[in-house]
Design a protein around this ligand. Structure first.
Ligand SMILES: NC(=O)c1ccc[n+]([C@@H]2O[C@H](COP(=O)([O-])OP(=O)(O)OC[C@H]3O[C@@H](n4cnc5c(N)ncnc54)[C@H](OP(=O)(O)O)[C@@H]3O)[C@@H](O)[C@H]2O)c1
Length: 307
């Protein structure tokens, strides 16, 4: 535990501190032998996750990171040396810059629109982050992206990713070929390792895109390993788009969100998750190795997902 209040050590401002990504960053910095001050942002400092972080020595600050709240957002960054964020983009970069931070680590993703040559234009969850990346690169502040792979936990918690079949067996029922390669990551446990490495390099990795992942693995192989390691029958099942979107429509999700999910899978199948960029996440220099899919499967509780 190296979280301190000593003013001479770097202050890292973590947006989304109570969430998966921010939580993973704090976990990794806490594991470091280097000391940090950590400021975590939340909309509610009284929630359980915020209380837990406070007990670990994190300075928890209430701020609603929306553009209508610009003044408070700027204030929230004051005195920070580094900034990490998951939520609100451009304003946060401007606020971090105004605070005079030495570096910004942004949880960016590739531009699907650009890398697909305009074929897929609806993957807002990627393209929006890429727009923010461009803003960050132009900001003049040392700026690095640490790009999230696909959350391994989605397969445990999201019934769209792993579903019980009428015959009592299980399937990963998605619209792409089983040979589609995914950089899978145990986000809660391992994402922060990459952010920590960026912060602890001798020089801040300005301009660098860091890809994260325990391994690159095909969806078919994920199903095979899940089956082998849990003893349950799990197969990968490529299904038509109409079948895939049925539960989304039943939930009343807006069309643009459904299209964003569909096109994301199509992009990953056709261009790769990182769109032909080097998607192999380098593990060199990480404080510990991130989990492979098999290691995640072994360490996780599947009693509900495979009930
Ligand atoms: N699922 C995947 O496989 C995958 C892959 C790549 C990237 N991603 C990306 O991951 C991101 C989600 O990150 P996550 O998993 O860390 O999310 P999360 O666990 O849901 O956490 C969201 C965090 O953002 C904070 N937050 C939300 N709105 C806020 C506001 N207005 N002001 C201040 N704080 C706010 C929340 O804090 P409080 O609630 O405490 O205020 C919380 O800490 C998404 O952008 C998604 O596109 C997901």
């Amino acid at each position: 535990m190296t979280i301190t209040q000593v003013e001479s050590v770097p202050l890292v401002a973590v947006v989304g501190a109570t969430g998966v990504q921010g939580g993973s960053v704090i976990k990794a910095l806490t594991e470091s032998d280097k000391p940090y001050r950590i400021r975590g942002f939340t909309r509610d400092v009284t929630k359980a996750a915020a209380e837990t972080l406070k007990k670990q020595g994190v300075e928890m600050v209430t701020v609603n990171l929306v553009v209508e709240n610009k003044e408070a957002v700027y204030k929230a960054f004051s005195g920070a040396d580094y900034a990490f964020e998951v939520a609100e983009g451009i304003m946060l970069i401007d606020a971090a810059k105004a605070a005079g931070v030495k570096g910004i680590v942004w949880s960016g993703l590739v531009s699907v629109k650009e890398l697909s040559g305009g074929k897929y234009t609806k993957v807002q969850q990627f393209d929006g982050k890429a727009v923010v990346t461009a803003h960050g690169r132009a900001s003049g502040v040392p700026f690095a992206t640490v790009q999230a792979g696909l959350y391994a936990s989605s397969f445990r918690t999201n019934p769209m990713m792993l579903a019980k079949q009428p015959d009592g067996t299980y399937a990963i029922p998605l619209i792409v070929k089983p040979t589609t390669v995914i950089p899978i990551i145990h986000m809660e446990n391992d994402y922060g390792l990459y952010v920590r490495r960026a912060l602890e390099l001798p020089a801040f990795p300005d301009g660098v895109d860091v890809y994260t992942g325990g391994e690159n693995i095909t969806l078919g192989e994920m199903a095979r390993q899940l089956s082998e390691l849990t003893g349950k029958t799990v197969v990968y099942k490529q299904i038509p788009i109409e079948e895939f979107i049925k539960p989304f429509l039943a939930l009343g999700l807006p069309l643009h969100i459904i299209e964003a999910v569909v096109e994301a899978f199509q992009f990953w199948e056709e261009f790769g998750y990182c769109g032909g960029q080097i998607s192999t996440a380098s593990k060199e220099g990480l404080a510990r190795l991130p989990q492979t899919w098999a290691e995640f499967v072994k360490s996780a509780d599947w009693s509900k997902a495979l009930a």
